[in-house]
Design a binder for this molecule. Structure first.
Ligand code: UDX
Length: 433
């Protein structure tokens, strides 16, 4: 099919490249000229494993190109809207300005029979409003939420674990178009749920709300474990063996961050309040509060370990991204911890395999070093806040040689406490004995 993808960020760039690999003819459209230039040269403007290879191969096939010109959409019959919906500056609601701008830019280039497919995460009710406008051009609207995880985005796009189509009044034409677009996934037996707009929109936010709740649940247990002298990692293993609960997303630590979970639970709460159902998701405020408390807890542990003050002490912060295998620092717990400790007067030296450039753009006041050894050398305290394999695989004995104070805070419960203790370290986990 001839496809346009509006918005070439973490979602759209991967979607465009994957659709081209699957045989479609794709144009990616973005307002950011620098991003378009990099993508056109086969260079991803952000780090995502496998994307560089996918991008290069898709461009070489002649089926993928990028432009800033919205008129390029005129040649396409299916238009994916993949722009961001960040948190508004002055509140918790989702900021829909980019979605509206994408539809505005597309509007003059739509032809009767085209299908506009929303992928962005939006407050329930958005698609119904947009559909009215799209309909005036003779085009149709469908909503097809995206569930990709950063770090696994290429895999999740080519082999999603489910497809959700939100359509109006059982609109079979849109379903047929989406079935053609996603023929590869459907051949693999991917479950497909066809529903209305509101359900499709809610599927996305409720999935993220559930995941956030699962993480905050185990982090709440971690707080109790700390008070009671129990071990949250063993607790998670034990309850995780119950197939109804499952072990995934039960890793206690410094909590969730990123461009999705934090802002999506806040936007969901704001939308539920607008619908007069704030009480139904009031627990999400607790989920958010528990999550943010874990960041503060790491800071308090650091102060405690350094004898009540961090002023002038060198703290090596390992990781700045919100999770490993990504360069994304949006709402990153790691960066929050580093910034708080710097604010308390510590000599914070942060390192990360991929996130330093993005972190520096947001927080230029921090000291960053590329080299892990430079971060560790002479440190009074080491804090692991993003579980990159480079850090979880550190040899405690060799690391001991580099530092001034052998104290480690494992903000992700990713290290073996016995091995670190045996090598002479003082180990502090999150809700671990
Ligand atoms: C998430 C959803 O998983 C994805 O389906 C949706 O489309 C977008 O939002 P992503 O933001 O890439 O994806 O990250 P995810 O892997 O879900 O991790 C989110 C955060 O939770 C990370 O900061 C991670 O470190 C943290 N996390 C995850 C935990 O603290 N504990 C866990 O057990 C799992």
């Amino acid at each position: 099919m001839k496809i346009s993808v509006i918005g070439c960020g973490y979602l759209g760039a991967v979607h465009a490249s994957a659709m081209a690999k699957l045989g479609h003819d794709v144009v990616g459209i973005d307002v950011d000229g620098a991003k378009v230039a990099r993508l056109s040269a086969g260079e991803p403007p952000f780090f995502e494993p496998g994307l560089a290879e996918l991008l290069t191969a898709s461009i070489a096939s002649g089926r993928l190109r990028f432009t800033t010109d919205p008129a390029a959409a005129a040649a396409a019959e299916v238009h994916f809207v993949a722009v961001g919906t960040p948190q508004t500056r002055d509140g918790h609601a989702a900021d829909l300005r980019y979605v509206n701008a994408a539809i505005d830019s597309l509007f003059p280039h739509l032809s009767p029979g085209d299908t506009v497919v929303g992928k962005s995460t939006v407050p329930v009710g958005t698609a119904a409003q947009l559909a009215e406008r799209v309909r005036t051009t003779g085009a149709r609207l469908a909503w097809n939420p995206e569930f990709l995880r950063e770090g696994y985005a290429v895999h999740d796009t080519i082999e999603p674990d489910r497809l959700v189509y939100g359509v109006e009044n059982g609109d079979e034409a849109s379903v047929a178009v989406l079935d053609t677009v996603f023929a590869h996934a459907l051949e693999l037996g991917t479950p497909r749920i066809v529903t209305d707009f509101a359900t499709a929109e809610l599927v996305k936010v409720s999935a993220n709300a559930f995941l956030a709740t699962k993480i905050s649940f185990i982090n709440a247990m971690s707080e109790i474990a700390e008070a009671a002298g129990a071990d949250v990692t063993q607790l998670a293993d034990a309850i995780g063996h119950d197939a109804r609960i499952g072990r995934r997303f039960l890793s206690a630590g410094v909590g969730f961050g990123g461009g999705c979970l934090p802002k999506d639970i806040r936007a969901f709460t704001a939308r539920a309040e607008e619908l007069g159902r704030g009480e139904s998701v009031a627990f999400l405020k607790e989920v958010d509060a528990i999550n943010l408390r874990r960041r503060q807890h790491v800071v308090e542990l650091a102060v405690d370990e350094l004898g009540g003050s961090v002023v002038g002490r060198k703290i090596a912060v390992l990781g700045v991204t919100f999770k490993p295998h990504s360069d994304d620092v949006r709402d990153s717990p790691a960066l929050d911890v580093a910034v708080s400790l710097k604010g308390l007067g510590a000599n914070v030296v942060a390192t990360d395999p991929k996130g330093i450039e993005n972190a520096r753009a947001r927080h230029p006041q921090l000291d960053y070093v590329e080299n892990l050894e430079d971060a560790l050398r002479g440190a009074d305290l080491v804090i692991l806040v993003t579980e990159w394999p480079e850090y979880t695989g550190l040899d405690p004995a060799a690391t001991w040689e580099s530092v001034a104070g052998a104290v480690i805070i494992d903000g992700r419960n990713a290290l073996d406490p016995d091995a670190w203790t045996a090598a002479g370290w003082r180990y502090r986990g999150m809700g671990r004995r």
